[in-house]
Design a protein around this ligand. Structure first.
Ligand code: COA
Length: 263
């Protein structure tokens, strides 16, 4: 895999973890359309890349994860081009959510607008104690357009989502943890170490089981309960045919660590 021709996104693979750094520090990593497309390409490549077992998304520089969509570009949108931009962003962020490999957002600073929406599309969110998170779009006369109204309401419930979206308030990492918007808050200097530790733990588990778990939770939570349970049982049954299941069970019975083939 090449992850080639990227201007605004840096990638590095280390110990089977793909580090994706959104990197336009002069504008606090704001998302212009090129950056959104580059993120899409990185997630397409990562899906096919056997060298990648987990993905960590973060922002370049000290100050921001991503400070939202690029307002210079947004200011020029017409109703039709605005709709297209929103739909394209939604499609690309859904690629993050549907990643078959676990995706951890390491929120290192401002995660506003589209930045908050990227974090919401990730499977797990770890925030630095310096992070500030919010959906300020109503202050600009628009609403979140990269899935934020939908993911925020599903994650936090309608009342809290509407409070955050309609006030446009930025909240601290501590407040975000309290309401369940981020999984945990850690000191800024140990953010990446924490994200890596979590990625490494997940990598040590069965990749086929982790993939099935992501699919069961993501797809199942969009279905009526009984259909979600049906999906769960089907994936459970499928895993019983996997080499990983044999290895996991044998390792337990033989009192040794499992070495999953990922098949
Ligand atoms: N789009 C384009 N440029 C942006 C941007 C965005 N979303 N967010 C920040 N920038 C630019 C600023 O214009 C500034 O550029 P300049 O140096 O040429 O003036 C630079 O990034 C640094 O930002 P600045 O505002 O000076 O930093 P700050 O520490 O005073 O404030 C924020 C940080 C994040 C609070 C502030 O930049 C902000 O509110 N950004 C917009 C957030 C937003 O509304 N996002 C949702 C968009 S839909």
């Amino acid at each position: 895999m090449s992850y080639e021709n990227l201007e605004n996104v840096r990638t590095e693979i280390r110990d089977q973890i793909l580090f994706v750094t959104i990197d336009r520090p002069k504008v606090l990593n704001a998302l212009n359309s090129q950056t959104v497309e580059e993120i899409g390409r990185v997630f397409d490549d990562a899906r096919e890349d056997d060298a990648v077992r987990a993905i960590i998304v973060t922002g370049g520089g000290e100050k921001a994860f991503v400070a939202g969509a690029d307002i210079n570009e947004l200011a020029k949108k017409t109703p039709m081009s605005g709709k297209n931009t929103s739909e394209r962003g939604q499609q690309i962020l859904s690629r993050i959510e549907r990643s078959t490999k676990p995706v951890i957002a390491a929120i290192n600073g401002f995660a506003l607008g589209g930045g908050c929406e990227i974090a919401l599309a990730c499977h797990i969110r770890i925030a630095s104690d310096k992070a500030q998170i919010g959906l300020p779009e109503v202050s600009l006369g628009i609403i979140p357009g990269y899935g934020g109204t939908q993911r925020m309401a599903r994650l936090l419930g309608k009342a809290k989502a509407l409070e955050l979206i309609c006030t446009g308030d930025r909240i601290s990492a501590a407040e975000a943890e309290k309401i369940g918007l981020v999984n945990r808050v850690v000191p800024a200097e140990s953010l990446m170490a924490n994200a890596e530790e979590m990625a490494r733990k997940i990598i040590s588990r069965s990749p086929v089981a982790v993939r099935a778990a992501i699919e069961a939770v993501n797809s199942g939570s969009e279905m009526p309960f009984e259909e979600g349970q049906f999906l769960e049982a089907t994936l459970f049954g499928l895993l019983c045919a996997s080499e990983d299941m044999k290895e996991g069970m044998n390792a337990f019975l033989e009192k040794r660590p499992a070495n999953f083939p990922g098949k």
